[in-house]
Write a protein that binds this ligand. Structure first.
Ligand code: DP6
Length: 354
């Protein structure tokens, strides 16, 4: 598997011809990190390698309509509609995205764009909607690149999709790959690099073949501190270097557990990463807390249930209060009857298939 560098993603020549109008609709899933990305350097490069699972039922759908423009401007001209309405804060993020990527996709300037986007899950609630959103946009641009450059190398375009998505939101780089993605250089993962995410390259044990990520929607309000702000606090964080070491070791151990079918180690690392993420938030300057009383109440319910039954059900957290429960599908009935509040709780279920 070749590892590409930044220059490889710059088109070598202008396309032969541009269609006058162009339309494309696509979907991209969100993802849940098991090893967390928290802290970045340079232009959207991760401080440590992360590993995630796609959430195949938590999707952004985006339709793009492009019209060839008479004038080429420096800025990309676009209108972005979310749920049918213009959304100033999303549009601002997308404008920044285009500024960062235009060098690699200069052909986008030739068009005036309309994007219509929607999620099938609540956004800004600690479920990575920016991940699926930027992943969908990047898939659209790469589809156009494929049309303009029919000879382009498929593998390069596959990685370029993740490379572009990363420049929108780091976690988005992991939403355009296969089910298990690794983003960031790690000595034990061949091909891993900071510029784009890759498919986890080793065979995963059949123990993990059918598992569920159940998101408990404990809080649907917009969270008060964005991930981007949180990442920004890591540079001066007193635990920055220990965290880099911990993430590297956790990814090495997780990789072993995935290959050996070891749910106990998998779960222990998963919860350790989730709690570390929130511990980093609580110990940054300024410090903040994204967990809510309900988050802690559920963590203790899960721990009690697991201690009593030995059933492998573990939790993880994104940058928010909502808990993700991860377990092998075969235990679902027992988990639902043992944790009976789960039946009533508002939840999103994703079936992860390896
Ligand atoms: C806690 O990818 O949302 O979900 O790159 O600034 O857009 P930006 O941050 P973002 O950070 C996600 C952080 C996380 C952990 C993870 O998904 O790895």
């Amino acid at each position: 598997m070749p590892v590409y560098n930044e220059k490889d993603f710059i088109p070598k020549q202008a396309p032969g011809r541009f269609p006058a109008t162009w339309e494309f609709q696509t979907q991209a899933p969100s993802n849940i990190a098991i090893i967390k990305y928290w802290g970045k350097k340079g232009m959207q490069l991760p401080m440590n390698a992360s590993l995630s699972f796609l959430l195949p039922q938590s999707l952004t759908t985006t339709k793009a309509s492009a019209r060839l423009s008479d004038k080429i401007s420096d800025k990309v001209k676009f209108t972005f509609l979310f749920d049918g309405k213009e959304n100033a804060s999303f549009s601002k993020k997308i404008a920044v995205f285009f500024e960062r990527i235009v060098h690699y996709v200069p052909y986008v300037k030739r068009y005036e764009w309309t994007f219509e986007s929607e999620n099938n899950f609540p956004h800004s609630a600690g479920i990575a909607s920016s991940a699926s959103g930027f992943a969908a946009l990047s898939k659209i641009l790469i589809r156009l690149e494929r049309t303009l450059y029919p000879e382009a190398d498929e593998i390069l375009l596959y990685h370029k999709t993740s490379f572009l998505a990363r420049l929108g939101s780091g976690s988005a780089s992991r939403s355009v790959t296969g089910t298990v993605a690794v983003w960031g250089t790690h000595p034990g993962i061949p091909g891993s690099n900071d510029l784009y995410a890759i498919d986890y390259p080793f065979e995963i044990h059949r123990e993990f073949r059918r598992m569920t990520d159940l998101i408990l929607l404990l809080e649907k309000e917009k969270k008060e501190v964005s991930s981007t702000t949180g990442h920004g606090l890591i540079d001066k964080h007193p635990f920055k270097h220990p965290r880099i070491d911990q993430a590297r070791n956790n990814l090495s151990r997780l990789s072993e557990a995935l290959q050996q079918g070891d749910w106990d180690s998998f779960g222990q690392i998963t919860e350790n990463e989730a709690l570390t993420l929130h511990a980093m938030m609580m110990t940054s300057n300024p410090y903040f807390i994204l967990m809510q009383p309900e988050t802690l109440r559920w963590i203790s319910l899960i721990w009690d249930f697991r201690n009593k039954t030995g059933i492998p059900v573990y939790f993880t957290l994104d940058a928010g209060a909502n808990l993700h429960l991860i377990y092998p599908d075969v235990y679902e009935q027992k988990i639902l009857s043992g944790l009976d509040e789960l039946t009533q709780a508002e939840k999103i279920i994703n079936r992860i298939r390896l």
